[in-house]
Design a protein around this ligand. Structure first.
Ligand SMILES: Cc1cc2nc3c(=O)[nH]c(=O)nc-3n(C[C@H](O)[C@H](O)[C@H](O)COP(=O)(O)OP(=O)(O)OC[C@H]3O[C@@H](n4cnc5c(N)ncnc54)[C@H](O)[C@@H]3O)c2cc1C
Length: 307
């Protein structure tokens, strides 16, 4: 996931640096998508790390708790993530409505392929591990979800508008589908930038590992986002295949995990003892001159003597 989001962030930096008056809307929508997706991902990662490290995840010197409390605000400030999802959906809706009014094909915000005129993607009724790992299937299902949700959102908004409801009321009562659509746009955008990056890498072991990471990203999104089941893009049988594939991919990525993490180049000074030899770090010889521990020891002796 972090690799996928890093590629997408590079894309955002690029379109921001080369922005024009025409592209500024795209910069706004893409940054809304990536701000929300990255910060939600950051919080979930920290929680996952906390639990995966057991009690060590709660030790101050391992930084997880501190980072969680520091990071949490990012889900809200600079635009609440749910509100950003709604902004994305409104921008997509506007894009479709303007194209319809002008009787022209929809082009902006990556909708050219996701627009209603594009061919319907065929999702196999019995997914296999190899089908799940193809870029074609991954692209098809992500675009299918985005296109279908956009169609549903547009239909609901126009039906309510025809009944004379105010736009303010309409956007309040359609927030659930707007959120699903915002997420579908963000996930498709991230996948598209991943594919664009991998296309520039020559055949070899790096491309193979990136292929594994791309499959891991797409299967985790499919497994965790309820919209794939809710709207029927995945049958329950296919959802079970996706879930099993996540486990297989984890074991295939495992031998590369340390190299992948090291490649981010995070300085040792920023890491807690859990990133190194945590057994040594917890040995009595390492902690016996720790004042806090001595204090704790005194407190412990005090209560033991009382019993
Ligand atoms: C540490 C910190 C620093 C900040 N710095 C700045 C700053 O420098 N400049 C600045 O201008 N602002 C700043 N803010 C304000 C920040 O931008 C707002 O807190 C943020 O936009 C959320 O708005 P809110 O607090 O009014 O929450 P609300 O918008 O009331 O959100 C509360 C809850 O309601 C939900 N909600 C809100 N609207 C909808 C909707 N339409 N549909 C569905 N659910 C909805 C949200 O998802 C959220 O769960 C800062 C905030 C913090 C905490």
């Amino acid at each position: 996931m972090r690799y996928a989001l890093s590629f997408a962030s590079e894309y955002l930096k690029n379109i921001y640096v080369n922005r024009t008056r025409q592209s500024i809307k795209t910069v706004h929508v893409v940054s809304s998508a990536l701000k929300a997706t990255s910060t939600w991902h950051g919080m979930r990662t920290l929680q996952e790390c906390r639990e995966a490290c057991g009690g060590q995840g709660l030790k101050t010197e391992n930084h997880v708790g501190h980072l969680k409390s520091e990071f949490d605000v990012q889900l809200t400030f600079e635009g609440d993530n749910y509100v950003l999802m709604q902004q994305i959906s409104k921008a997509l809706l506007k894009e479709i409505l303007v194209a319809k009014r002008r009787n022209k094909p929809v082009k902006g915000l990556g909708l050219a392929r996701a627009g209603p005129s594009s061919a319907q993607a065929i999702i196999p009724s019995h997914l296999t591990s190899s089908a799940l790992r193809t870029a074609q299937f991954q692209t098809d299902i992500f675009y299918l979800r985005e296109r279908d949700l956009l169609h549903r959102f547009e239909t609901e908004v126009s039906q309510r508008e025809a009944r004379g409801e105010s736009m303010e009321h309409i956007f309040t009562v359609t927030y659930q589908i707007a959120e699903d659509l915002g997420r579908a746009f963000s996930d498709r955008l991230v996948l598209q930038t991943f594919l664009d990056v991998v296309a520039t890498v020559p055949a070899g072991s790096l491309k193979d590992v990136l292929g594994l990471l791309r499959s891991m990203y797409t299967t985790i999104v499919m497994e965790e986002d309820a919209s794939f089941l809710r709207y029927g893009y995945l049958s329950t049988d296919n959802a079970a295949v996706v879930r099993k594939e996540v486990l297989k991919l984890c074991s295939e990525v495992r031998p590369h995990a340390l190299a992948l993490v090291t490649s981010f180049g995070i300085p040792d000074a920023l890491l807690g003892p859990i990133a190194f030899n945590w057994i040594d770090a917890n040995a009595w010889s390492s902690v016996s001159d720790n004042d806090t521990l001595k204090d704790n020891d005194t407190v412990f002796s005090f209560f033991t003597n009382m019993l």
